[in-house]
Design a protein around this ligand. Structure first.
Ligand SMILES: [Zn+2]
Ligand SMILES: [Zn+2]
Length: 325
């Protein structure tokens, strides 16, 4: 056996051990280490669990609910389309092939949740999407849509004009957008899913979403202070994906504390909220997590989240990009 081959085998062993450790470190459950696998064809895929900082381990906020082979997105943070392709290649979630991305619900218009808008509009279009993008979101999404379309006018015009020279993509109908400004209540319904929006408490018009699919219910909080609306939307739901900041990180960031107290949720607050909402699985996302000190030494390691959430009796996991539940 060559020395190189020995090195490769040793490296694989170390990676395997590290993978096992990370699973233990990021999941706490009564008697099990794995989230329950529901007997349905609905999956929640975390495409981006990050926040505004440019974290190479975590893309900007985006979550997919995949039902019977169709993907429904919530938020469009930086990296959304490439993470979707990773879900296809690395996780086998074929519904997230970029050309199939067609429907997105926005929690609010902060840049970290919308900076992937041109990517979600243009990349699947160039790859061959032939239907408009359907975008549901707060007041202002129509204006943002008009501005994004106008910003890329030169691209639409030239790719459409030169289409005869291409063999794939750039169909004129594929770069259209239907933007829908929503209010609380049922905002979308098809054969797979009913989507209900509820108002949340953030610094602008903002919503969380509940997805009811055949056999599963999923609630995604968006950015918010703890609200009764989130508890009411969940009430024993299968999966609650909630934002969260650790007390450890906030203690190091006095400049952010007053803002967070009004518009975000701490681990202590989430213990209280989840104890009332009682999801079968609580997924921590859009959190003050750092997976490597070299990226951010102030933010918290996965074990800190689980320690600070120890007052919560239910099952909780620290969400990472490309986790599938
Ligand atoms: Zn926000
Ligand atoms: Zn945010």
């Amino acid at each position: 056996m060559s020395l190189d081959l020995l090195r490769i085998l040793a490296g694989a062993l170390v990676l395997g051990l590290a993978g096992g450790y990370s699973l233990l470190a990021t999941s706490r459950a009564a008697g099990t280490q794995q989230p329950p696998v529901a007997p349905t064809r609905t999956e929640v895929v975390l495409l981006g669990t990050g926040t505004p900082p440019a974290d190479p381990d975590r893309s900007g906020p985006a979550t997919a609910v995949v039902v019977n082979g169709t993907a429904y997105l919530v938020d469009m943070g930086a990296g959304i389309v490439r993470r979707a392709k990773s879900a296809v290649v690395d996780k086998g979630v074929a519904a997230l092939d970029p050309v199939k991305l067609r429907v997105v619900f926005l929690t609010h218009l902060h840049s970290d949740h919308t900076v992937g808008y041109p990517d979600l509009l243009l990349t699947p279009w160039v790859l061959g999407r032939r239907v408009p993008l359907e975008v549901y979101g707060p007041t202002g999404i129509k204006a943002m849509t008009e501005h994004v379309l106008e910003a890329y006018r030169a691209d639409f015009d030239t790719r459409t004009k030169d289409r005869g020279l291409y063999t794939v993509g750039a169909f004129p109908e594929g770069h259209a957008v239907n933007a829908h400004e929503i209010r609380p209540g049922v905002v979308y319904k098809d054969a797979n899913v009913t989507v209900t929006a509820f108002a949340t408490k953030h610094t602008m018009d903002s919503y969380g979403y509940r997805f009811d699919t055949p056999g599963r219910s999923i609630v995604i909080s968006g950015d918010t202070n703890p609200t009764q609306a989130t508890i009411d939307a969940c009430r024993g739901c299968d999966v609650l994906v909630h934002e969260v900041l650790t007390l450890e990180w906030l203690a190091k960031r006095p400049d952010f504390q007053a803002y967070a107290a009004q518009f975000h949720t701490t681990t202590a607050q989430l213990v209280e909220l989840a104890s009332k909402a009682r999801p079968r699985l609580l997924v921590l996302s859009h959190s003050s997590l750092s997976l490597r000190p070299a990226v951010d030494s102030e933010r918290s390691a996965p074990a800190v989240f689980l320690r600070e959430m120890s007052g919560y009796a239910g099952q909780v996991v620290v969400g990472r990009d490309l986790d599938v539940y």
